[in-house]
Design a protein around this ligand. Structure first.
Ligand code: HSE
Length: 369
C-alpha cells in the first residue's frame, strides 16, 4: 500500500488540512504515517482507525520510506529536509504548503481547478515536487480564473486586504488581543451615552500608542488600523507578497515565458482568516458584463457572482460571510469609468482553505489516483 507521510499536521494549516481530509474521506487507500518535529514517540491523531504513533520528522531515513510526503511544517523545515531527502536519492512525491520550492524549475504549483491539465502533464513528465501557491494568488485565480482561461486579461492591478491568518497563528491571537485591549480601554466611556465620540476616539488613539499595546508579532497595531506591508522588501520597491502575484500566477498558468503583468499593493487588515482583493482588470476587449460574469462562474464549482447591490454585498461579500467555507464570491463587478475595457471586481476567499490546505489535499488525491 502507498505510504503517505504527513508533517506539520498539528499547526494551523495542517489542522485545517486534517479536518478537510477527514471530512472528504481522504484517509483510505493509503497508509498515513504521522511525523512531528516535537511529538515523536507520542500518540498521533485518530483519523477513524485508532490513534496513530508519531515518528520523528527529522528522521530522513524514515521519511525516505514514504511514497509521498505532505508538509505543512513551514519553510525552514522544507529548506533543511527536502534537499537531504533528494540527495539521498528519494524519488517520492513532495507536497508542500511552504513557499520554499514554489519557483524552482523542478516544481509544480498546484491549484487543480485552474491548472489540472498542467498538473497531469507534470506527473507524466516525472515532476515530483507539488507546492501550494501563495494564498492571495490562489484565491485570485479561483475568483477570476475564467477570465484568464478566455485570454481576456491584458493586465491586473490587485489591491489586497489580507487577514491575520496569512501571517500565522500567533498573529491571529495578537489581533484578537489588540481588539480586546481597545474594547476594554473604551468600555466605561462607551457605556456612558453622554461621552462624546471624540473622547472615545482619543482614548482609542492613546491605547494604540501605549507601549504596552500588544504588537510583538505584527510590529504595529492592526486592530483599528492596517499595515500596508506584507513580507520582505524586493529591490524594485515591491514587497515579496506583491512580487508573488505576478511570478506565481504566471507559473500556475504555465505562461512564465509570456507573463501577464500583475501588480498592486498588499495590505494587512484586521480580518481573521479571509483575504479580500479589489482587482482592476484591463480587458483585451470590450465585453458585456453578463458575458464576463458567465465566464467567471463557469470556471469552477466554488466561485459565485454576487449581484452589485448593497444588501447582497453586505450579506455575502465579506470575510465574515465567507470564513470557514470553500466559497469564493466575486462581487462589485462593473466597468470602471476609465473606459469600457476596464473591469473592477472585489473577491473574498478563506486563506486557510483555498489559500492553503485545499489545493494540497486535492494534489494528494490526484497523485494517488
Ligand atoms: N503570505 C501570505 C500572507 C500568506 O502573509 O497573507 C501565505 O500565502
Amino acid at each position: 500500500m502507498v505510504s503517505v507521510g504527513i508533517v506539520g499536521w498539528r499547526g494551523m494549516v495542517g489542522s485545517v488540512l486534517m479536518d478537510r481530509m477527514v471530512a472528504e474521506n481522504d484517509f483510505g487507500g493509503f497508509e498515513p504515517v504521522f511525523f512531528s518535529t516535537s511529538q515523536a514517540g507520542k500518540t498521533g491523531p485518530d483519523i477513524g482507525t485508532g490513534p496513530q504513533p508519531v515518528l520523528d520528522a527529522n528522521d530522513v531515513d524514515k521519511l525516505a520510506e514514504m511514497d509521498v510526503v505532505v508538509s505543512c511544517q513551514g519553510g525552514s523545515y522544507t529548506e533543511q529536509i527536502h534537499p537531504a531527502l533528494r540527495q539521498r536519492g528519494w524519488r517520492g512525491y513532495w507536497i508542500d504548503a511552504a513557499s520554499t520550492l514554489r519557483m524552482t524549475d523542478d516544481s509544480m504549483i498546484v491549484l487543480d481547478p485552474v491548472n489540472h491539465r498542467l498538473i497531469d502533464k507534470a506527473l507524466e513528465s516525472g515532476t515530483k515536487d507539488y507546492i501550494g501557491g501563495n494564498c492571495t494568488v490562489s484565491l485570485m485565480l479561483m475568483a477570476v480564473g475564467g477570465l484568464f482561461e478566455k485570454n481576456w486579461i491584458e493586465w491586473i492591478t490587485s489591491m489586497t486586504y489580507q487577514s491575520a491568518s496569512g501571517a500565522g497563528a500567533n498573529n491571529m491571537r495578537e489581533l484578537v488581543a489588540q481588539m480586546g485591549c481597545l474594547g476594554d480601554s473604551a468600555k466605561a466611556l462607551l457605556a456612558d451615552p453622554a461621552v462624546s465620540i471624540l473622547d472615545i476616539d482619543r482614548q482609542i488613539s492613546a491605547t494604540l500608542a501605549d507601549p504596552d499595546f500588544p504588537t510583538q508579532y505584527f510590529g504595529a497595531p492592526l486592530a483599528a488600523s492596517l499595515i500596508p506591508w506584507i513580507d520582505r522588501a524586493m529591490e524594485n520597491g515591491q514587497t515579496r507578497e506583491e512580487w508573488k502575484g505576478v511570478a506565481e500566477t504566471n507559473k500556475i498558468l504555465g505562461r512564465s515565458q509570456n507573463p501577464i503583468p500583475i501588480d498592486g499593493q498588499c495590505v494587512r487588515v484586521g480580518a481573521m482568516r479571509c483575504h479580500s482583493q479589489a482587482l482592476t482588470i484591463k480587458l483585451t476587449e470590450d465585453l458585456p458584463l453578463n458575458v464576463i460574469e458567465d465566464a467567471i462562474v463557469s470556471a469552477n464549482d466554488w466561485v459565485t457572482v454576487i449581484p452589485n447591490d448593497k444588501a447582497t454585498t453586505l450579506s455575502g461579500l465579506s470575510p465574515a460571510a465567507v470564513s470557514g467555507t470553500l466559497g469564493v464570491p466575486v462581487g462589485r463587478v462593473r466597468k470602471l469609468i476609465l473606459g469600457p475595457d476596464y473591469l473592477t471586481v472585489f473577491t473574498v476567499g478563506d486563506q486557510l482553505l483555498w489559500g492553503a490546505a485545499e489545493p494540497l489535499r486535492r494534489a494528494l488525491r490526484i497523485i494517488l489516483s
